[in-house]
Design a protein around this ligand. Structure first.
Ligand SMILES: Nc1ncnc2c1ncn2[C@@H]1O[C@H](COP(=O)(O)OP(=O)(O)OP(=O)(O)O)[C@@H](O)[C@H]1O
Length: 288
């Protein structure tokens, strides 16, 4: 399976949300990483056929996905960033409702609903109303509905929004354990959501992919390196202004900081292995 994004652009009035984006995706897990407003949602909506590109096209195995119509939608599972749950429905009713929209046969839909609610750890809440669910539970239900038709292409827009740390780990294991015959796209601004499970990370900034590769390769792009140093508290305000700080930990008289810098940020700083988080901050630190 080959999903090709060919010179995709989207312009909203004066705003170019996505600009001339091209890439080829085959079976595997892809992390679309970027700050808020980078264009991830618009790009995903073009891939799903919800937003019409201003220019360019999406092709699956050489066929334009818009002309494929239903045949493409049957292969697609999508979790939007904002999901319109019907709060009066139970989790099970909701899954059956989405199944009917997707045209699944009722007996198959009931079986699949049971399996998926178990998979996302909501089997005990199957008959509880969605309005009683926490943000994390709703997100898990959203992931379950995206899987109803056993999609070959699964697209999850900010799937971990509202999940607590334990649920995030559960989500990562869930995705990485999925069969390898799908294309899975995860959009996020949280590096740890995709760092270890993605085969490729595509970093998006101002509507374009600015970096593309496996996490270990991207880390080599960190300009300079990661550093750790202890900064006396009274020097901290100035230091913080001048440096790209990844982490800061207040101790008694010093602040222990992790910094990304081309040169040694201060006397006594120790060079450490750069991480993907360092790279992200180097590229997006000015937008936080
Ligand atoms: N319907 C629209 N009309 C006008 N501008 C839009 C529209 N949708 C998105 N934009 C703009 O396009 C840019 C990209 O937005 P998009 O939602 O795709 O980014 P994102 O990376 O998904 O960010 P977020 O995670 O905050 O949704 C933003 O500047 C946004 O304001």
């Amino acid at each position: 399976m080959k999903l090709e994004l060919e010179r995709l652009s989207k312009q909203f009035k004066n705003k170019i949300a996505v600009e001339d984006v091209s890439t080829v995706l085959t079976e595997g897990i892809y992390g679309f990483l970027g700050a808020n407003g980078a264009g991830k949602t618009t790009l995903i909506q073009m891939i799903c056929g919800i937003v019409e590109p201003t220019a360019g096209e999406v092709k699956l195995d050489g066929k334009n996905t818009i002309s494929m119509g239903e045949d493409f939608r049957d292969l697609l599972g999508y979790l939007p960033q904002e999901f319109g749950y019907t709060p009066g429905f139970t989790a099970k009713d909701f899954m059956l409702y989405i199944s009917s929209i997707k045209g699944l046969e009722p007996r198959f839909a009931r079986k699949r609903t049971e399996e998926l609610l178990r998979l996302v750890n909501l089997e005990d809440e199957a008959n509880h109303k969605v309005r009683t669910f926490s943000g994390g539970m709703k997100r898990r239900l959203g992931i379950a509905q995206a899987l109803l038709n056993d999609p070959r292409i699964l697209i999850l827009d900010e799937p971990t929004a509202g999940l607590d740390p334990k649920e995030r780990v559960y989500f990562r294991n869930l995705i990485s354990g999925m069969s390898r015959d799908r294309i899975i796209i995860i959009s996020t601004h949280i590096v740890s959501d995709i760092e270890y499970i993605s085969d490729r990370i595509l970093v998006m900034k101002k509507g374009r992919f600015i970096l593309d590769g496996p996490a270990e390769e991207l880390v080599r792009e960190v300009d300079g390196g990661g550093w750790e140093c202890a900064v006396p508290r009274k020097e901290w305000p100035e230091f913080e202004q001048e440096q790209c700080i990844v982490n800061a930990h207040n101790r008694d008289h010093v602040v222990e900081a992790r910094v990304v810098s081309r040169k040694m940020p201060r006397e006594g700083a120790r060079m450490v292995e750069p991480t993907l988080e360092d790279l992200y901050l180097e590229y997006f630190g000015d937008e936080l």
